[in-house]
Write a protein that binds this ligand. Structure first.
Ligand code: CUA
Length: 364
């Protein structure tokens, strides 16, 4: 019986080198490489380990605290396994000896102390983790700032509707997939959904929060420096879940106020004949059924507001950079680009398409 067990430990012949990389059939080298590649994925621009606000800072500190404690535990457990494996290997060369099965009372006492100690340390570590994560959760839950900017974010399959609230109704406006916030000011995001459950996650700024149909969740953000912070829907919500991105643009209060003023205005009127024709194409095509362009008769509400489309960086919820070519491809057949999305193909004669593109590009 003992012989059988020891074979498992040796696993590959008697050569020390092979043995040292394999314990109980568990290969250490591939594991070490996959651990390294896994950890390298934790950094980068869109990462909680690159915090740009107080909440992400707290989450990041919690992550590093847990990482260091777990790393120490991992090293200690690995050393214990190696020591146990070496001892077991030495014994396997001995003759069968009943004392290996029935331990001496003194060694049994020692093992009981070791196991009890390990259980106590594990319990203490897990309790500390519990308290630390509870404290982080409480600290990130709310910023309690009466002067906060309020923005309503509604999840749709598969894009984000962003509505800037204001005491004055005429100042309220909608945009899509792009949330501008002023640096240093608390922002209260009211989250809801029109269809299925989505999840708002801008890792550089805060943790995740679900968007539930018929219910409003709140998440707070605060950026401590300027930058563009990408986010992603973090709850599987259907075919194009992976193409449900957004960007949070944190900018100085002056730049933010200028952006706010520009967004509140109705759309620019066509400045030349091509743009005028493009506007007519828009208003006489199916586009008008779903999209709004403030200042025109287009008032659809099931698709992104296009009043200031050309001021945005991407189309299709972060799927493509906003360029004339991408816009043309998207209008002609968006199903090729993002299959299953709610926009049907809009076949247009080439002259009409070019005019429409000129008009849409003028909507700064
Ligand atoms: Cu929306 Cu996943």
């Amino acid at each position: 019986m003992m012989k059988g067990k020891s074979k498992k430990v040796k696993s590959k012949g008697e050569t020390g080198c092979e043995w040292s990389l394999t314990i109980y059939g568990f290969r250490l080298l591939p594991f070490a490489f996959s651990l390294l590649s896994f950890l390298s994925g934790c950094g980068g621009a869109q990462s909680v380990l690159n915090p740009a606000g107080p909440q992400a800072g707290r989450i990041s500190r919690l992550w590093w605290f847990m990482f260091y404690v777990c790393a120490v535990v991992f090293v200690l457990v690995s050393i214990s396994i190696l020591v146990a494996a070496f001892r077991s290997r030495r014994r396997s060369h001995d003759e069968f000896d009943a004392t290996h099965i029935i331990p001496e009372p003194r060694s049994e006492q020692r093992m009981t102390r070791v196991v009890t100690g390990a259980i106590a340390v594990t319990t203490i570590i897990l309790s500390v983790f519990l308290v630390a994560s509870f404290r982080t959760g409480r600290a990130t839950y709310t910023l309690q700032d009466p002067a906060a900017l309020t923005v309503k974010v509604t999840g749709h399959q598969w894009w984000w509707e962003v509505r800037y609230e204001d005491q004055t109704p005429s100042n309220i406006f909608k945009t899509a997939n792009e949330i501008h916030i002023p640096v240093g000011r608390s922002v209260e995001l009211k989250l809801t959904s029109t269809d299925v459950i989505h999840s708002f996650w801008a890792p550089n700024l805060d943790g995740k929060k679900d968007l539930l149909p018929g219910h409003e969740n709140i998440i707070w953000l605060k950026a401590d420096h300027e930058g563009e912070f990408y986010g992603q829907c973090a709850e599987f919500c259907g075919h194009q879940h992976a193409h449900m991105r957004f960007v949070v643009v944190a900018e100085s209060p002056d730049k933010f106020n200028a952006w706010l003023e520009a967004q509140r205005k109705p759309a620019f009127q066509p400045a030349d004949a091509a743009q005028g024709r493009g506007q007519q194409v828009f208003l006489s095509s199916p586009c008008v059924m779903c999209h709004t362009i403030r200042g025109t008769d287009a008032g659809g509400s099931v698709a992104p507001d296009l009043t200031h489309l050309a001021s945005r960086k991407t189309i299709a919820a972060g799927t493509l950079p906003l360029t004339r070519g991408h816009l043309a491809g998207w209008i002609t057949n968006s199903q090729e680009i993002k299959p299953g999305n709610r926009m049907p193909p809009v076949p247009l004669p080439p002259e009409d398409l070019q005019a429409l593109l000129s008009y849409l590009e003028s909507l700064k």
